[in-house]
Design a protein around this ligand. Structure first.
Ligand SMILES: Cc1cc2nc3c(=O)[nH]c(=O)nc-3n(C[C@H](O)[C@H](O)[C@H](O)COP(=O)(O)OP(=O)(O)OC[C@H]3O[C@@H](n4cnc5c(N)ncnc54)[C@H](O)[C@@H]3O)c2cc1C
Length: 879
């Protein structure tokens, strides 16, 4: 039947293009002033792009009382990708902040018609996500748990219940589904117009047919925009140019890297069914079939995420307005097949059109927002990975808050532009990566999956050596890092396909690496860590660091200090170790993905003083972490220097020779809480030092280890990790790190006031460790992160990381506990008693497991004796 329709040339000829077919979805009116109205000479904020993102930012900025906002659109409002959107507002998102954005958008769109008088087509239809496999069902159950604790109604339903909600769905291959009754449909262009209407009423000037050619930046600050109709001076520029954002970012003299790339994205429209589909039928998402289906004017709209996407505009191409691209029925064929399997009753249905529109995708499937690391006042909101309508409201709100208040009201680090560097902006990288990303929108993502494209970009000089010894790799910020080493003779193929929510097949391998770290000595290549040097001719380096860090940096030369770099609210902007190399120079080690963010934070806060030098030396050093009780023996033998605690105490740094190589920065810290050292080796010596260490280590039982072992060790020691447990909304007081805060250091430091207040009044969340009690490691689902925590049956927070502890032989979860008033829901202070007196459960995909709560520190848990301060100081570091 479909073949007949597809080959029906008359049908094609008889049906005009999308622009004429879908009047209800496209821009029919405009709130913009008629062109030409001259542009203002200056504005406080200029927004480029009149799609859902630009109009949402304009709406929220104006709601927040900002005046003097100009929105420029090269074509007509909402005539970019927003016009072609399928209009599904879906909250079922795995990333917590994206979920919150979508939830907010849904609530906003619901009342927008009433607020503005513009018909938005909002219809609460609900959505059903189908599971064809048990693993898919587990992933849906995990999302359902997250939605439920946020108060968003959501249930896991049986195939029969699916049929009751949507009688046309074929359920024979389903094992279950997730139903979100409040998900909605909208006319996306009209939502965008409604936002523009409200913004315009609030004083935002909107100019259509006005193209931004480039943004002018002077001394690292936005000064204005050049357009085809003249220049506007401004303090803030917001790039909401959708798929054009990358090119616009590169158009000025100072490039702003916005790593996104367009792919063709298709959906099919049909004529109405004989018995037209009810407009209230829920949207169907069938990720295993790679398709979504919604009702559309009595017929259906169905699109999807094919396995072999078609990236486009790699060479750059800036059309004025997006037109429907070429139909490609061969390409759409597999999705069509999936649609027919899911709704066999459609076979006799007439196709109206195959819509094909570019949408932009990002290297990690998360959207991009925030301020440019290179140009202050240059903000970006783009790269929506086909979720732009769902995110639009919330994303616009967070970005507006960022501009007005200096920070958004939520932790948006997972979406922050500064998670990327220039390395993700190569056109080839982006083209290859988005070809992987688009299918991943539907692929089942088991814990710790890795991207396969764009790999081997940044590597340690030891890469080949480690690879030859069985290293299995993961990637962070473009850097290859070892997960674990497959011992000779193991089934390598199996281990490469370790896809499960249960006990993974690397369990024993990692266990033996952990054992070696505890009983002998292991080596982990940690070269990816960010490394900066800060030096000055006078005391500027010390003075600046004293202001930026909560700990006291005025320590004797050769000492290492673990410290947070906090924002005004006391939250962690960075969590780092700083070695004092000399009176006036410091060596800072930060997490891998802090390279851009931390650099920007320092640049923005260090005084403009030519006598103060900040240098990124990440690439100059290979870092080897020697972990375990025999590390001291290996290093003493290699350096002919006494390395015992009397000569080389904990938290000490010294340049020494190792083997033939000189100038190795040795620090007595590990990243696991075990005894040991980190060697920062100038890269040309890396292979030599590694060989020496491995040769000498033979007699002490040395072996290679990877990050999974490190992770298990750091989690069982309750060490928090920036980017996972710690963020800009978490203070040292909330995670048991008071010992890193020197409120009395006699100098003012950033965040000090907020910490004083917390010290006096208490904290509203506490970092807590949970040891699972009735959990069977072999048979039960594993916790990974993001699992809801229940205290006395009530939701109190979420886990931030977890691992199997080979020492405790139990699973350990770390997470934050809040205290909500039972009647009002108001947040209350979390006391030690509150933590200790509760009965806890961790929800893993809907099943609750009992857990024992522990507060930091807890060294009695471990049989291995260690002084408390050593536990605290020697290895809490992140990664
Ligand atoms: C086929 C398809 C179906 C989709 N379905 C859904 C869905 O069901 N649910 C969902 O949540 N998302 C969906 N999406 C994704 C969603 O439509 C997009 O993420 C969203 O519309 C992107 O909005 P935007 O404002 O970033 O981009 P756009 O809407 O493209 O807006 C960018 C605007 O910037 C303007 N511009 C660019 N450069 C300049 C310049 N130099 N000067 C002035 N103006 C400029 C452009 O003209 C354009 O109007 C779908 C996408 C596609 C393609």
């Amino acid at each position: 039947m479909f073949l007949r329709l597809l080959s029906d040339i008359q049908w094609r000829a008889a049906h005009p293009r999308w622009r004429r077919m879908t009047g209800s979805q496209r821009s029919t009116s405009t709130t913009a002033e008629p062109h030409p109205v001259s542009l203002p000479a200056q504005a406080q904020v200029v927004i480029c792009g009149g799609g859902i993102m630009g109009t949402s930012v304009a709406y929220h900025l104006s709601k927040m009382g900002l005046k003097d906002i100009v929105l420029l659109e090269q074509g007509r409002l909402a005539a970019g990708t927003t016009r072609f959107c399928a209009g599904i507002v879906s909250t079922a998102r795995p990333v917590s902040v994206e979920l919150k954005m979508a939830h907010y958008s849904n609530k906003l769109y619901q009342q927008l018609q009433q607020e503005t008088g513009v018909q938005t087509g909002y219809m609460k239809t609900g959505s059903i996500s189908l599971a064809q496999t048990q693993d898919r069902l587990i992933s849906l159950k995990r999302i359902a748990s997250s939605l439920n604790v946020m108060g968003i109604p959501c249930e896991i339903i049986s195939p029969k219940e699916v049929l009751k909600l949507h009688p046309l769905i074929n359920i024979h291959d389903l094992v279950g589904a997730m139903y979100v009754p409040e998900d909605a449909l909208v006319s996306s262009a009209n939502v965008s117009l409604a936002l523009a209407t409200a913004a315009s009423r609030n004083g935002v000037q909107i100019h259509e047919r006005t193209c931004v050619s480039h943004v002018t930046i002077q001394k690292g600050r936005v000064t204005g925009v050049e357009t085809d109709r003249g220049r506007i001076q401004c303090d803030y520029f917001v790039n909401c140019a959708g798929q054009w954002a990358y090119e616009l970012g590169h158009s000025g003299e100072e490039p702003v890297h916005i790593p996104l790339h367009a792919c063709e994205h298709f959906y099919l429209l049909t004529h109405p069914l004989k018995d037209p589909l009810s407009s209230s039928l829920p949207t169907i998402v069938d990720p295993d079939g790679r398709i979504y289906i919604r009702n559309w004017q009595g017929g259906i709209l169905s699109g999807g995420f094919e396995k072999n996407p078609k990236p486009l505009f790699t060479e750059g191409r800036n059309q004025l307005e997006i037109q429907n691209l070429q139909e490609d029925w061969d390409h759409f064929g597999p999705l069509l097949g999936a649609l027919l399997r899911r709704m066999p009753g459609l076979e006799a249905l007439q196709i109206m059109q195959l819509v094909n529109c570019p949408e932009s995708f990002t290297p990690d499937m998360r959207c991009i927002m925030g301020e440019s690391p290179t140009a202050r006042g240059y903000f970006v909101l783009a790269g929506m990975n086909s979720g732009g309508i769902s995110y639009g409201g919330g994303a616009g709100k967070y970005l507006a808050e960022w501009i007005v208040n200096g920070y958004p009201s939520e932790n948006v680090w997972p979406l922050d532009l500064k998670r990327f560097g220039t390395l993700q902006s190569s056109r080839t990288f982006l083209r290859h990566r988005v070809m992987e990303v688009m299918p991943l929108m539907c692929d089942l993502k088991v814990p710790r999956w890795d991207f396969q494209t764009g790999r081997q970009l940044r590597t340690s000089p030891l890469y080949d050596r480690l690879d030859a010894q069985g290293a299995r790799w993961m990637e962070k910020h473009g850097f290859e890092r070892v997960k674990y080493f497959v011992p000779p003779g193991s089934d390598l193929l199996d281990l490469d396909h370790s896809k499960t929510f249960y006990k993974p097949d690397w369990f024993d391998i990692v266990g033996s690496e952990v054992k070696c770290c505890k009983e002998a000595v292991s080596v982990i290549d940690m070269s990816s860590f960010t490394k900066f040097e800060i030096s000055s001719t006078g005391d500027q380096a010390l003075e600046s660091l004293q202001y930026l860090c909560s700990n006291d940096l005025d320590v004797p030369v050769g000492h290492v200090v673990h410290t947070g770099m906090l924002n005004e609210k006391g939250g962690y902007e960075n969590d780092c170790s700083i070695a004092r190399l000399s009176k006036r120079s410091f060596f800072m080690i930060s997490p891998t993905d802090q390279q851009v963010h931390c650099w920007t934070w320092l640049k923005n806060h260090l005084p403009d003083d030519s006598n103060l030098v900040l240098e990124d030396v990440t690439w100059k050093y290979t870092a080897l972490n020697l972990i375990g009780p025999r590390a001291v023996d290996v290093l003493s033998e290699l350096s002919y220097a006494p390395m015992t605690a009397e000569h080389f105490p904990s938290l000490f740094c010294k340049e020494m020779s190792v083997g033939y190589a000189n100038g190795i920065r040795v620090m007595s810290i590990t990243h696991t809480g075990e005894p040991g050292f980190v060697l920062y080796i100038p890269i040309e010596y890396a292979l030599h030092v590694y060989n020496e260490v491995m040769n000498m280590g033979q007699k002490y039982g040395i072996r290679n280890a990877g990050y999974y072992a490190l992770r298990s060790l750091r989690i069982e020691k309750f060490f928090a990790f920036w980017g996972q447990d710690l963020d800009a909304f978490t203070t040292p007081m909330e995670c048991g790190r008071e010992f890193q805060v020197k409120l009395d250091k006699g100098l003012e430091f950033l965040g000090q006031e907020a910490l004083w207040e917390q010290k006096q009044n208490g904290v509203y969340k506490r970092f807590t460790m949970f040891i699972l009690e009735d959990h069977d490691t072999d048979l039960d689902l594993w916790p990974w992160w993001g699992e809801p925590i229940f205290r006395n049956g009530r939701y109190v927070g979420k886990t931030t990381s977890s691992a199997y502890s080979y020492t405790l032989e139990r699973h350990v979860c770390l997470g934050f506990v809040h205290h909500f008033d039972e009647k009002t829901g108001e947040e209350l202070v979390v006391t030690t008693d509150f933590i200790n007196q509760g009965e806890y459960e961790i929800d893993i995909a809907g099943q609750r497991f009992q857990a024992k709560a522990k507060l930091y520190p807890f060294s009695s848990l471990f049989t291995q004796r260690r002084r408390k301060d050593e536990v605290e100081l020697s290895g809490y570091q992140r990664e």
